[in-house]
Structures are given as structure tokens and as C-alpha cells.
Design a protein around this ligand. Structure first.
Ligand code: HEC
Length: 155
């Protein structure tokens, strides 16, 4: 029968579609990632603000040169053990990080890295990429972290 055949075709496509999605999702280490977790791994890095004290950071169009200079000093003191400004070292280079990540995410990564590498999907992935070497909490204040973000804008 005509209609039955069409229905069957639709069903076949539907099933093929479902199994294609299932096959594409990578299981986590336990092998039993619920669908909600798999979805979170594909989160948009420009809209994900991360987990921590900073809910939102909207950067003004103009770079504040004085704040950036202050940020560079703090960065040189507290971050260069693991980060170089322009190339990959123990941690990633911060050059262009604000084109890859939401500014609030960067703030939370600086202020709350321990929870970020455990719970934020992007930070978790980064930790794996860097062979489990964690981003260190340097106990900065909000203003110090903000100044470093301003410095990152100049790189
Ligand atoms: C002990 C080494 C260490 C120190 C010190 C350190 N970091 Fe990191 N950082 C890392 C590592 C390793 C990663 C990547 C892996 C991870 O996230 O665990 C990282 C990741 C980051 C990221 C995310 C980069 C990206 O591409 O998404 C930012 C931003 C960052 N660090 C900023 C800082 C700042 C600012 C300081 C100084 C206040 C600092 N880090 C100090 C090791 C360090």
C-alpha cells in the first residue's frame, strides 16, 4: 500500500537520524554520559560565562591603557610561571582569548579556576588538553583580574 510505504520510509530516515546522532556523541570516561551532559560539552564559548563570582562583563569599546598597564604588571608577577603572553607554555597563550571566550568566563577562570576545571565544560576540556595540569588560583581580587583582562585586550 502506498501510504504504508511512505510511512515506512519516514520511519527509516528517522531511525537512521537517531542512530547517527548517537554514534557521533562521545561517551565520557564513565561511558554513560547522560544526553544533557553531552549537550553541555558543545556550549558556545562566546556566550558561556563560566562558574564563579562574575555573572557578566561587558567590555567598553575603548581600552583603558592605564588599567591594562596595571594588569600587565600583575600578570608578569602572578601568571608568567605558567603563561607566556604570546605563545603556548604550561598553559595557553592569552593572546586573542577574548575572541575565543566570553570576558566573564575569563574572569571566572582567573578567580575560580578550581571549580571551573571541575564543572565548566570548556575549562574541563582545556584541562584535558593540557594533560590534567590545572590552572592555579592566584587569589587575585576582582579588580586585579579585571585589570589583567584589560591587558589581554592589548595582546
Ligand atoms: C601553575 C600554573 C599556572 C598559573 C600560575 C596560572 N595559570 Fe592560567 N592556566 C594554566 C593551565 C595549565 C591552563 C590550561 C589548563 C586548565 O585550564 O587547567 C590555564 C588556563 C588559563 C586560562 C584559559 C585560557 C584559554 O585559552 O581559555 C586563562 C584565561 C588563564 N589561565 C589565566 C591565568 C592568569 C591571569 C594567571 C595569573 C593570575 C594564571 N592563569 C596563572 C596554568 C596556570
Amino acid at each position: 500500500m502506498k501510504y504504508t510505504r511512505i510511512n515506512l520510509m519516514i520511519m527509516t530516515f528517522a531511525i537512521a537520524g537517531i542512530s547517527a546522532c548517537g554514534g557521533g556523541a562521545e561517551p565520557d570516561q564513565t561511558g554513560a554520559a547522560p544526553q544533557s551532559m553531552v549537550k553541555k560539552e558543545n556550549v558556545d564559548p562566546m556566550s558561556n560565562t563560566g562558574i564563579g563570582p562574575v555573572a557578566e562583563l561587558i567590555l567598553p569599546a575603548e581600552i583603558d591603557a592605564e588599567m591594562a598597564k596595571n594588569g600587565e604588571e600583575i600578570y608578569t608577577l602572578k601568571c608568567t610561571a605558567c603563561h607566556k603572553p604570546l605563545e603556548k607554555f604550561i598553559g595557553p597563550s592569552p593572546k586573542g582569548v577574548l575572541e575565543r571566550r566570553n570576558p566573564a568566563w575569563v574572569m571566572n577562570m582567573i578567580l575560580n579556576p578550581d571549580q571551573m576545571v571541575k564543572e565548566d565544560p570548556i575549562a574541563k576540556k582545556l584541562l584535558m588538553e593540557y594533560n590534567g595540569s590545572p590552572m592555579a588560583n592566584q587569589s587575585l581580587t576582582h579588580d586585579e583580574a579585571r585589570a589583567i583582562v584589560e591587558y589581554f585586550r592589548t595582546l
